[in-house]
Design a protein around this ligand. Structure first.
Ligand code: SF4
Ligand code: SF4
Length: 303
């Protein structure tokens, strides 16, 4: 739905791509996750690799201005050498402003030394039932030593509150620990629970909400797009309509400011791009990897 009185298409001066190829597998077995311990065939791995190579080659040849790439795989990609190589390559491209990826951080980290840290960032997640806190913290320490930008996240399950608090105590104060809200039921958290989690993540309340989004302005579809392994463009991961294809010349003219067509938006990788929420002001350069400009008197939003 374009806005009334649409302006002539104006390419965004900076394009962000949320890339999700065919990969759909993980080495962890979180009970709530459809990709837990899922394995792929050799043919599926080859197809994922070809799609990734094509995308990296396209990114390298992109002449449309600064580009940021955020890998949001279904499952865990960084245990695959092809994703490590892709990130190394992208990080060195002069027009790439940021290359980031969501990861459970279970991979080896020696490849990181070959990246350009000025553009690299990681969105890491800690899964207390899959890895010990000590082992996860060792990986975080390696990232700190290597000078890599990263955030750490957990799901705010009640049975993990003490573990989350322990993680916060043991992480360096400079590392942002975000908590994703468990949205099983609207009253899952008591007021005391909310206060407890806000002590860990001052932005936690933002993640507890379903934001009415239909008809609202969102950068997705204009300066932020989701791209799949075939190059198909969707405005975000939550709206299935295909807008075009990055491998077809002139796709940029289809990227115009439009209003959201969904009733609500509740996932950080979506709502962070909604204009009204002002989260670009809070996250600044760290929008993709979820690193806010903390602390500076940051207050949780009113409930
Ligand atoms: S680490 Fe992430 S992708 Fe893997 S099983 Fe757990 S939730 Fe799913
Ligand atoms: S508000 Fe959410 S669902 Fe709507 S376009 Fe933006 S990211 Fe997509």
């Amino acid at each position: 739905m374009p806005f009334p009185n649409p302006q002539p298409p104006t390419p965004s001066p900076h394009l962000t791509i949320l890339y999700r190829g065919p990969l759909a597998s993980c080495n962890y077995s979180c009970v709530y996750c459809p990709f837990a311990k899922r394995h792929e065939t050799r043919a599926e791995h080859i197809a994922d690799g070809l799609a990734l190579d094509r995308f990296v080659d396209w990114a390298n040849r992109w002449k449309g201005g600064p580009l940021s790439v955020f890998f949001t795989p279904w499952g865990e990609a960084l245990i695959r050498q092809r994703y490590q190589q892709a990130i190394i390559a992208l990080s060195h491209m002069p027009h790439i402003r940021r290359v980031a990826i969501q990861t459970n951080l279970s991979c080896r980290l020696d490849w990181i030394a070959r990246c350009d840290n000025r553009s690299l960032a990681l969105w890491t997640t800690y899964h207390p039932e899959q890895v010990s806190r000590a082992a996860f913290l060792r990986k975080c320490d390696a990232l700190v030593q290597a000078g890599v930008r990263f955030s750490v996240g957990v799901v705010g399950l009640k049975e993990h509150f003490e573990e989350i608090e322990a993680l916060r105590r043991e992480l360096p104060a400079t590392v942002y620990l975000w908590v994703n809200a468990c949205k099983h039921s609207p009253d899952y958290y008591t007021p005391d629970d909310l206060a407890r989690l806000e002590c860990i993540d001052p932005l936690f309340t933002y993640n507890t909400r379903y934001y009415p989004s239909r008809g609202k302005a969102c950068r997705c579809g204009h300066s932020v797009i989701a791209v799949d392994g075939q190059g198909n463009i969707r405005r975000c991961h939550f709206i299935d309509r295909i807008l075009g294809n990055i491998y077809e010349p002139g796709f940029e003219v289809k990227l115009v400011p439009t209003a959201c067509s969904r009733d609500t938006c509740h996932c950080h990788i979506g709502y962070v791009h909604m204009n009204d929420l002002g989260l670009y002001d809070i996250f600044g350069d760290g929008v993709l990897e979820r690193i806010p400009n903390l602390p500076g008197g940051l207050k949780p939003p009113g409930r």
